[in-house]
Design a binder for this molecule. Structure first.
Ligand code: ARG
Length: 587
């Protein structure tokens, strides 16, 4: 489908051309075009340009207006104040532009970028043999949305789920399993819930023995060495923990209605083979130095308690490698093997110091250059309704599955209330309840900017009023219901029909979808897409207040309004889809 030039871009181009004709030395200058309340757009740039050219701003503005090539795009361009332009586009231009978008059901006329880069997104990275918590939820939800947005812009994306599948705790776990065989069932015989309950049991039991029994502790320590040196039996048992955990992870991701590919689960351990080389390169180049036996990197500007420098530990004194060595090796892999141009890490903001040090080390080593950006998208803490970190009443961390189940339950109750009127079957109630519940959780997360803490408040999340996904999902379903009721009449664009102010406002906003997604993707800001969609639903509500659809004055107006709402529905479902949220047809 042919890409559609947005009204904003067309206005901008015509204005720039007129400006250049009126004042040749201003060629390429920005007319500073903004959406405005007084007209559709305001251009504020002429003032400064006139000043620079020592011209009278109002006179220059008048000359620019005289030079504008209309071509049916403008209904009115007026000089106002000291030299602003108030610009109103024609109804016809709005409808024709939107009709071109409507004709491209898949991309709504939004062209993908010409020269895509390759972004590696590190997200949804839980830890083996451990329960997932709300922090992991944020990483998964934000990462998945970012990926949807970037994919839409034409960027190539590769996911990396850097799961915690390595470390000294495996010595304890594996040793316990050796001494208590059969405690973990084979991974292909359990479902997610059984897998996690088995893992939990083994974790708790092994921890108890570890803490109480010095001899076991020693055997566990030796087991770590066996694991690190690649002992076959030890590795086999380690693999069993990993496989069992993956069964559990997948069950949670499925509950989250999120696709996680097995080939993109590339955990800490995947970089084991690279780590000695990483350390050697850093030591040889002098980026890392030996300090009390350990290999570390120092930073002048990073200091901790008592103004002591905080080093990044690449290799411990006992020769072991840890979290930092794995991340440094992962950078080499992502830059040199995957050929990434951009790296994003969707990780808790509490790890931002770690990433600051890792990125700086990689820069010093020459692995990160100006050609590659690395960004830690650090997200804030999930708080309970009381504003404190989210815990159960007993003070324990809340299980992710319980949370998602509860969200689905609450949402199902909300859906059920209207189910009879809408004509939903029991199966549809349950299915929609799930999408509304999961959508509520995702949207609440995504609609706040990621670096801020956010309140996990289910009552608010499933509320029908306000900035919630349910509100957006209802907006979508209501349009479907209108389209079903339309009978003979269907959505058809009529450029000759005059638009009411509410239609113009809706139309101009619809036209800005692509630009909004591109901007939000470039800034890694899903909340901008959420805000756009909320605004869209709000404009739709205003439109309904002023513009009857099926009872409009003329058949052409009915068709034109059906076309406007249908394009709104397509934009809503596309935008929500980018964020990983579904829009049921009937609610
Ligand atoms: N597994 C870690 C955790 O749960 C997050 C991993 C983040 N990614 C990375 N490349 N370090 O805290």
């Amino acid at each position: 489908m042919a890409p559609v030039t947005s009204l904003t871009a067309s206005v901008h181009a015509r204005l720039s051309a007129a400006l250049t004709s009126a004042l040749p030395e201003a060629a390429g200058a920005d007319p500073l075009l903004r959406r405005s309340d007084r007209a559709d757009y305001q251009a504020n740039g002429i003032l400064a340009l006139a000043k620079k050219a020592k011209a009278n701003p109002r006179e220059l503005a008048t000359q620019v207006v005289a030079q504008i090539e209309n071509g049916g795009l403008f209904a009115d361009v007026e000089v106002s104040g000291p030299g602003f332009l108030n610009i109103t586009v024609s109804d016809k231009a709005i409808v024709e532009t939107l009709a071109a978008r409507y004709a491209d059901a898949d991309r709504l006329g939004v062209a993908p970028k010409d020269t895509p880069g390759l972004t590696v997104i590190d997200y949804a990275q839980p830890n083996v043999a451990k329960e997932m918590h709300v922090g992991h939820l944020r990483s998964a939800v934000i990462g998945d949305a970012l990926r949807g947005m970037l994919d839409f812009t034409g960027e190539q994306t590769v996911g990396r789920h850097h799961i915690g599948d390595w470390g000294t705790q495996f010595g304890m776990l594996i040793q316990y399993l050796i001494e208590h065989p059969g405690e973990l069932a084979p991974a292909d015989e359990v479902d997610g819930e059984q897998a996690m309950s088995n893992l939990n049991r083994v974790y708790k039991a092994s921890r108890a023995v570890f803490d109480a029994d010095e001899e076991f502790k020693e055997r566990a320590r030796k087991r770590v060495v066996a694991l690190q040196s690649g002992d076959e039996e030890t590795l086999k048992l380690w693999q069993q923990f990993v496989d069992e955990s993956k069964v559990y992870f997948h069950s949670v991701f499925e509950k989250l209605d999120m696709e996680v590919r097995d080939d993109e689960i590339v955990g800490e351990s995947a970089y084991n083979d690279l780590m000695p080389e990483t350390a050697r390169m850093l030591e040889e180049s002098g980026v890392a130095v030996r300090s009390e036996g350990a290999l570390v990197v120092f930073f002048d500007e990073i200091r901790g308690k008592d103004d002591q420098p905080v080093p990044l530990i690449v290799q411990k004194a006992d020769g072991g490698f840890g979290y930092a060595a794995s991340d440094l090796s992962a950078i080499r892999n992502r830059v040199f093997d995957l050929k990434a141009t951009d790296l994003i890490y969707v990780v808790d903001v509490r790890q931002s110091l770690h990433f600051k040090m890792v990125f700086e080390t990689a820069r010093r080593a020459g692995w990160l250059t100006d050609e590659v950006t690395a960004h830690n998208m650090g997200y804030g803490t999930v708080l309970g309704a009381d504003g404190r970190p989210f815990k159960t009443r007993e003070g324990e961390t809340v299980k992710l599955e319980d949370l998602l189940d509860e969200a689905a339950e609450r949402a199902t109750a909300v859906v059920r209330e209207k189910a009879e009127k809408v004509g939903l079957t029991e199966a549809e109630i349950v299915e929609n309840g799930r999408y509304v519940g999961i959508g509520a959780v995702k949207y609440a997360d995504l609609s706040t900017s990621a670096n801020r803490d956010y309140k996990f408040d289910l009552d608010q999340m499933v509320s029908l009023n306000g900035d919630t996904s349910v509100y957006l999902q209802y907006a979508y379903a209501r349009i479907q219901s209108i389209l079903r009721k339309a009978g003979e009449a269907g959505p058809v664009a009529h450029p000759e029909v005059e638009l009411a102010p509410a239609e113009r406002a809706l139309g101009l906003h619809l036209d800005a979808f692509g630009e909004t997604v591109f901007e939000a993707a470039a800034e890694y800001a899903p909340h901008k897409v959420a805000a756009y969609l909320y605004q869209l639903a709000t404009l739709l509500t205003k439109f309904y207040e002023h513009c009857p659809v099926l009872k409009a004055d003329t058949p052409a107006q009915v068709e034109n309004r059906l076309f406007l709402v249908d394009l709104t529905a397509r934009t809503l479902t596309k935008g929500m889809g980018l964020l990983g949220i579904r829009t049921p047809e009937k609610l």
